[in-house]
Design a binder for this molecule. Sequence first.
Ligand SMILES: [Zn+2]
Length: 246
Amino acid sequence: MIKIKYQIPGFLAGFIALFLGFVFTGCIGGGGEDVAVDPSGQYLLAPPDGSTPGSGTDDPDPISAEGCSSSDPNHMCIGIKFVVYKDANENPVMTREEASSLIAKVNGLWQQCNIAFQIDEYQAVNPVAYGLTYSSGAQSQTTQIRSTFSNNTTFLVVVTGPWSSSYIAWTAMPGSVPYGVVACAEYGDDRVTIAHELGHYLGLDHHSTQTNLLYYIAYPTSTALTATQCSAARNTTMDYWQQMLR
Ligand SMILES: [Zn+2]
């Protein structure tokens, strides 16, 4: 995968990205703006400037990540394989309980579309055993990571070690295999980051409104989804992910 970084103003980057027909996102940080144009069509997400990962108001009644199927015929419950990296001391970057708590909060956000996720499988892996790199090198292994852990019956979410990068997460859009979300440890437990990436998994493009979940920066307050987005996400699920429904 080729990734090109520019140091140019956001509006100009947007214009260029539109002109080139590429998908882009970026981040505000350090007085400048990094914008990545990714010819492969994969999405990367930038961290919010000055916001603490995981901060923001949680929904009062998050939906359990331990089983989201429902008798409601309009409810969609999608199974996830949640893979976390273990560091050199065999400590996973997220425990099973932390992953479950995260997905419950993600469900609180996706509730507005009547879509929820459950963790069907949690796996804490030593990346080295798979020929993968624990920390920042993981950024260049997103395809390899997805190929290693993805399957045809669950969504894949992989949280690696820390990246210390301008980018915090990647997701391939439907139609661009291999599938999966790959996030860095710093933001792997951030509900907006993971809910945003699952939005890409569900076929949603970026949205221009800062309060929208698909805004290209993961602010804690970027949580809204429109009726149009909900409809698109549901349609994508029926078109691509019926095997993942529970
Ligand atoms: Zn994104």
